[in-house]
Design a protein around this ligand. Structure first.
Ligand code: UDP
Ligand code: MG
Length: 310
């Protein structure tokens, strides 16, 4: 039977979480009573997540799995799940169940009311460090400012997408993928439901500081030329500061406090050099993303698929 609802989860080394995930999600979906599929996208896990998914797929044909050839990242895994989904709507949820599947009925009710996107909004984030909460909220503010789009504060990837939203997102040609920005860009009728985010009870976060920084860059740079324009602004700022430095130097010389030229040489050269380097660095960021897009390589590579035969 064709699924009405697709549940999509990205999996990276989640062998502790997967048994609980299926145990908690399946009864909730059965209670909702609509045909469903659960698509787990294994993002190149190095543990035995693939074996757990295989066993689950053999036991229950409503569970499907896609194994990537290597680790391509959470965004690529969600995109792959969306591309392979066949439900009239899809709910994106992390495998660690920090976002509660108990919220599915409320999200589906909103969808039935006619909303095309339902955002899960975190009222409380239990067990997350001040650093994680601070950087995450700063990141959303930066995303909103740089893209000029309305990205709900305290939202993650936990959302419901209607089929027309899924098709629009999947048809976007860009290689750089950041769903939180893309979903804001596509528009349609959007609403939200609130929940308390739980602590991760099994396993550890897979987002190291390096991965968080990479994700932040991938969410901001490809979606807005604003950062690129910043290099020009930095150049102007550097110019103004240099003029001020020289003006001060001249005024001081006029009132008889002449500093040796070498005292000014170092800050002036350092300022000019840093402005040039920062400007070049920003341009390089964009060139890097353009380079990736021009290559036209796929966002991910599937190694194999389970239970997608029909
Ligand atoms: N994940 C992934 N690929 C990665 C990193 C994470 O598919 O390279 C998955 C992970 O298995 C989980 C979700 O993305 O289902 C969110 O990861 P995590 O819980 O570690 O992030 P946090 O909640 O700490 O931000
Ligand atoms: Mg988590």
């Amino acid at each position: 039977m064709k699924p009405v609802i697709s549940i999509i989860t990205p999996v990276y080394n989640e062998h502790e979480c997967l048994p609980t995930f299926f145990k908690r999600v399946i009864p909730i979906m059965e209670k909702i009573g609509l045909p469903f599929e659960i698509i787990a996208v294994n993002d190149g896990s190095k543990d035995d997540s693939a074996d757990i998914l295989k066993a689950q797929c053999e036991k229950d044909k409503r569970c499907k799995a896609i194994n990537f050839s290597r680790n391509f990242g959470q965004q690529a895994a969600f995109l792959c799940g969306l591309k392979n989904s066949s439900g009239d709507c899809a709910i994106l949820i992390d495998a660690d169940l920090q976002d509660p599947p108990e919220l599915f009925p409320e999200m589906i009710a909103k969808w039935k009311e006619g909303y095309d996107v339902v955002h899960g909004i975190r009222k409380v984030r239990k067990g997350e460090s001040f650093f994680k909460k601070f950087t995450s909220s700063l990141f959303i503010k930066l995303l909103t400012k740089s893209s000029g789009l309305d990205i709900p504060a305290n939202s993650g990837e936990f959302k419901l997408y209607d089929r027309k939203v899924i098709d629009t997102i999947c048809a976007l040609p860009e290689r750089s993928r950041y769903l939180r920005v893309q979903i804001a860009w596509v528009g349609f009728k959007q609403t939200s439901v609130e929940f308390d985010r739980e602590e991760r009870t099994e396993g550890k976060t897979k987002f190291t500081l390096k991965k968080m920084l990479k994700t932040a860059e991938a969410g901001i740079v490809p979606y807005s030329p604003k950062v690129l324009k910043l290099s020009g602004k930095l150049g102007v700022l550097g110019g103004i500061l240099s003029i001020l430095a020289f003006a001060t130097f001249t005024v001081l010389a006029c009132v008889g406090i002449a500093l040796p030229l070498t005292a000014w040489l170092f800050p002036t050269v350092a300022l000019a050099t840093s402005v040039i380097l920062v400007s070049n660095g920003i341009t390089d960021l964009y060139v890097g993303y353009l380079y990736e897009d021009v290559k036209g390589r796929p966002v991910y590579v599937e190694r194999d698929k389970l239970n997608f035969e029909d």
